[in-house]
Design a protein around this ligand. Structure first.
Ligand SMILES: Nc1ncnc2c1ncn2[C@@H]1O[C@H](COP(=O)(O)OP(=O)(O)OP(=O)(O)O)[C@@H](O)[C@H]1O
Ligand SMILES: [Mg+2]
Length: 271
């Protein structure tokens, strides 16, 4: 069950209750590139409806960590479960979930939108539904229209990505990920490649997802967004979680000077 709690801005956000099942759980994730250890034992537990923001300095391993969660990167050590099913277990690498199954269940939105440039917005959203879920064209297009309307692009279904702003392209990418009805959505700095004036439209779509109870992990530098939308925040530094807590704990009374400095350096940046 989810609880609807009143936020400071008066909007109601659906947040996970402590009784909600754990959707995604990762334990002891280690990842190196050559001799460079990038992740040295990162854990996460994500309950249904929970929204976790990951912050931290450049190079701290944020992208690597969320890419490990859907096996775009393969950890050397650790284990990952999705609703109790093994996604990855370094003790039993043969049990790793097939990329195809994982793709349906974990949606990913990248900094670069990665849309097919020769396909319209509608085609971009429909393609994976047909390939991965086997939906008919009519079924996929209907779902795509519904999602494009939901992200505010009802009037742009037939536009090619080159005709859309960065913020609009990213909303198509969000609709594309949602179209597979994933159990978790992962976002890696979804607004950092977008002109500042277009960022709020993407953040507002993400806030809407949070309010609908979507389970999500968001790597972001948008601290005001994270404060309003996230239930929990993790600060990654040098490949490990230096501090985690509620957004207000990390942003307003951090335990570590490094977190405080980082937050201060971003003050004034954002939504
Ligand atoms: N494919 C790769 N091959 C080699 N090194 C990599 C690779 N991907 C990442 N790294 C290195 O791993 C470290 C962590 O990178 P990562 O992209 O996870 O950091 P980040 O916290 O997402 O940084 P940013 O805020 O700049 O996006 C960096 O030192 C980076 O250079
Ligand atoms: Mg990154």
């Amino acid at each position: 069950m989810n609880d609807a709690s009143e936020r400071g801005d008066g909007r109601r956000t659906v947040t996970a209750s402590a009784a909600a099942p754990v959707v995604l759980s990762a334990r002891g994730i280690h990842k190196s590139y050559g001799s460079r250890a990038v992740l040295t034992g990162v854990d996460i537990d994500l309950r249904r409806g929970e929204h976790v923001a990951i912050i931290g300095p450049s190079g701290s391993g944020k992208s690597t960590f969320i890419r490990c969660l859907n096996l775009l990167e393969r950890p050397e050590q650790g284990s990952i479960e999705l609703l109790g099913e093994t996604v990855f277990d370094s003790e039993h690498p043969e049990r790793a979930m097939k990329q195809r199954n994982l793709r349906k269940r974990v949606g990913m939105v990248f900094q670069a939108f990665n849309l097919f440039t020769t396909h319209t917005a509608l085609q971009n959203v429909s393609l994976a539904q047909r390939r991965v879920l086997g939906r008919s064209k009519a079924e996929a297009d209907e779902r795509s229209r519904e999602l494009l309307t939901r992200v505010g692009l009802g009037g742009h279904q037939d536009s090619l990505p080159s005709r859309l702003s960065g913020g609009q392209q990213q909303r198509v990418a969000i609709a594309r990920a949602l179209a597979l009805d994933p159990q978790v959505m992962l976002f890696d700095e979804p607004t950092s490649a977008i002109d500042p004036e277009m960022r709020s439209e993407v953040l507002s779509v993400m806030r809407d997802l949070a309010e609908r109870g979507t389970t999500m992990v968001v790597v972001t530098h948008e601290l005001r967004f994270a404060e309003r939308a996230a239930d929990r925040m993790m600060f990654l530094a040098d490949g490990e979680v230096l501090e985690s807590g509620t957004p207000s704990q990390l942003l307003r009374s951090p335990q570590h000077a490094r977190v405080e400095q980082f937050v201060r350096s971003l003050e004034g940046v954002g939504e």
